[in-house]
Design a protein around this ligand. Sequence first.
Ligand code: ADP
Ligand code: F6P
Length: 333
Amino acid sequence: MAKEINTIGVLTSGGDAPGMNAAIRAVVRQAIVKGKKAKGIKRGYAGLLSEEIIDMDTHSVSDIISRGGTILQTARCLEFKEEEYQLQGAEICKKHGIDGLVVIGGDGSFQGAQKLANNGVNTIGVPGTIDLDIACTEYTIGFDTAVNTAMDAIDKVRDTSTSHERCSIIEVMGRGAGYIALWCGIANGAEDVLLPERYDYDEQKLVNHIIDGRKRGKQHHIIINAEGIGHSVSMAKRIEAATGIETRASILGHMQRGGNPTAKDRVYASTMGALAVDLLCEGKSNRVVGYQNGEFVDFDINEALAMHKGLDEYQVDICEALGNANYYKLHQY
Ligand code: ADP
Ligand code: F6P
């Protein structure tokens, strides 16, 4: 029989994501509803090691559901990859009476949670990253807001690109993952989308495509470039030189990580935060919460970390086809 949990801690780790505050609020309030104490750990694993631990109650999380960022702040803490510090982190949890911990972050943060679980702290991971690159879940906190932010920005670039009859390269975030780029490719109707998982670095193909579009009367050419490929500014210079068409690069950067979370991010983050507390109260540990096939589910952290995820092939195909219908017809693919 698992020992009953008395105090639930919560931390955010890795890159922040809109909706993390909704998840923190859900953890704290669901813990209180279940008769537990709640503690917040500031600055991810770095704050755990420096014991930046605060008591939290219902009021500590008032007025945050609509705000981007994370009130607990976040950090990347390289030390925590070392056993010595993981052990120290577990001891600090015990010292502060934290017998259940909810870690909101990405795959890296889950590895930290797994190490704490191995050292006797009951942990549950909640997927929080704008990148959508966590294999065990079709949803991660922040992706919906980030992709909508990027889509709005790309719409705006498209207006000026059309007025000036330019080619525009817009670089979106996603580290090595092309989900934001792919979704924007479909949502913005881009002519080309460069995905780290697929790009063959054949720039001549891009150049031919741009020239071909111009000959057919296209007034702009939108290229969405994923951060994992990068180098948008130098790419723009080479494309302008090769096509003779004015080309500009816009790197959207950290604006994609901020802003008020969408309804979806608020609701899913709230559900996942509450579910993480329920799992701890049921005596579960070393698990992560996910969303699959229309349901909120949970997996063993080790199994979740061993899973692999790829881009949806059909979405990649339609992204290319719908943004280039004439081109496809012309070339009779
Ligand atoms: P994300 O959680 O978004 O994937 P990172 O990969 O930057 O972001 O990881 C966030 C933090 O998680 C790291 O700074 C580190 O503190 C912790 N972490 C990452 N990998 C490990 C690991 N192998 N073991 C323990 N902790 C880790
Ligand atoms: O993981 C989220 C993310 O925004 C990635 O898309 C990006 O590569 C990275 O974080 C940027 O990190 P930093 O905040 O350290 O610049």
